[in-house]
Design a protein around this ligand. Sequence first.
Ligand code: 3HC
Length: 311
Amino acid sequence: EPAELERRFEEVIAREERVEPRDWVPDDYRATMIRMIAQHAHSEIIGMQPEGNWITRAPSLRRKAILLAKVQDEAGHGLYLYSAAETLGADRDELTRKLIEGRQKYSSIFNYPTLSFADVGVIGWLVDGAAICNQVPLCRSSYGPYARAMIRICKEESFHQRQGYELLMTMMRGSDSQRRMVQDATDRWWWPSLMMFGPPDADSPHTERSMAWKIKRHTNDELRQRFVDMTVPQADALGVTLPDPDLRWNAEREHYDFGAIDWAEFKRVVAGNGPCNAERVAHRRAAHDDGAWVREAAAAHAARRAERDGA
Ligand code: 3HC
């Protein structure tokens, strides 16, 4: 009965074991995991758009091939994560409809424009770098299918981060105008990358319980700090300046202190009023509508097959 089921669930969590699709879980745990996995999947799919914008204008065949592979990886991560959400009883079509109707979130970071090819490098370096910071701990998340998906995804994110950093290194060894493009892209993507980690812990309604259920292994602020500490030396090695005059090493804390984040901007973007929100959702809606005939044909084919086999 419920009390025994609850006790067993809590025991699995306490023993750092994995919760699997067949296990009984509290309704709120299921709802939280569907929310988090679905929004992660949406982020991967929407995240294809900013960089996809540059596939036809990559400066060389090599850069085009790398960018194609990366955008294709993001699509795969999305499909992988929708499958993980389905193990919790979520319906993929329903999740897509919620995304298209603006009833489910995706990462704020993808609502910013990609204005030059240096953005492709900075997205690899900062956005995929932040994603790695946020997702490596999720490999130890208590929900089995999600944690296992993270292991595969983190391996590919490492390639994404490396290719971005290598692209920037190449541009920084190039002309003055290439160096200016890298600095301009860094200036535009730095603060939005810090916002990827979510609101401050004090304003995060989900963190406490997600930590108790070992869904999250660190809080938003802890991972944000880890990302800043990791990235400052990389910016120095690249020769770019991070756009934060308050950024400085704090020997006492053994972390970098950094300036205030514009949480009003974060709230605006999450609420749908960022630079590219409407365009991103409209593009996703158009792709869904354009693909309706494929879904209908596949369903008709499956029904015909079932009829024939059943007959
Ligand atoms: N963008 C949009 N919404 C955000 C957000 C962001 N950057 N950060 C937080 N939010 C939303 C939350 O979804 C929540 O709203 P909801 O209740 O309607 O879902 C609200 O703001 C409060 O935030 P919390 O911190 O309390 O919520 P969470 O505990 O869910 O933490 C999170 C937010 C850290 C993003 C967490 O959900 C998480 O770690 N998710 C899994 C990883 C993920 O989705 N990363 C997105 C990066 S994009 C990516 O990885 C693609 C790669 O190719 C770059």
